[in-house]
Write a protein that binds this ligand. Structure first.
Ligand code: S3P
Length: 177
């Protein structure tokens, strides 16, 4: 078995907040690969990036993703880059989970207070860095997703409800993915 719902998408799209609400609504556990990395290593993500480098972080993330994919029935939020490797993409597809892409615009993400805090990949010019990553990653998020949820101008409750509804339809076999 595997997680029931997996949230993917860029930094600042609200995966953790929406994931927690969704898990509470579905009375299941919530997991987050970033939180698991911090708990396991005892270090902040930004410290791992700065002290050990991105490659070391990705290696840790890969191991954590494997563990997280064993978490039965959970709602799982992935760090924005956790689904970039071909291996991760195959494992995610093989999990059979309902994969949801939280789609957000640069305008909405940049108005979020502190969206770059603790995010080493956005250091320097957060808006430009975020957009550059999205240009590269959006096709991967789109290709992996069973469902895309537009999150601009929606509340956490609205997004969680929308995903729960789409998940229910998928479970009844009404939509593919
Ligand atoms: C990253 C996203 C972050 C975190 C790390 C790298 C990325 O997670 O894993 O800073 O490569 O997009 P969030 O998407 O939860 O911010």
């Amino acid at each position: 078995m595997a997680p029931r719902i997996i949230l993917i998408g860029p930094m600042g799209s609200g995966k953790s907040t929406v994931g927690q609400k969704l898990a509470a609504d579905l009375s299941t556990i919530f997991r987050d690969t970033d939180q698991m990395i911090v708990a396991q290593s005892g270090r902040e993500i930004s410290d791992i990036f700065i002290e050990d480098g991105e490659e070391a972080f990705r290696a840790l993330e890969k191991i954590i993703l494997r563990t997280a994919l064993l978490e039965d029935g959970a709602v799982l939020a992935l760090g924005g880059g956790a689904c970039m490797s071909v291996d991760a993409q195959s494992a995610l597809r093989a999990s059979g989970a309902f994969i949801v892409y939280l789609k957000i615009s640069l305008a909405s993400v940049s108005s979020r207070v502190g969206f770059n805090q603790g995010r080493p990949l956005l250091m320097g010019n957060p808006r430009a860095q975020w957009q550059a990553l999205m240009n590269e990653r959006a096709p991967i998020y789109e290709g992996l997703a069973s469902y895309s949820a537009e999150v601009d101008n929606k509340s956490v409750e609205e997004i969680a409800d929308e995903i729960a509804f789409a998940f229910d339809l998928r479970s009844r076999g009404t939509i593919d993915g």
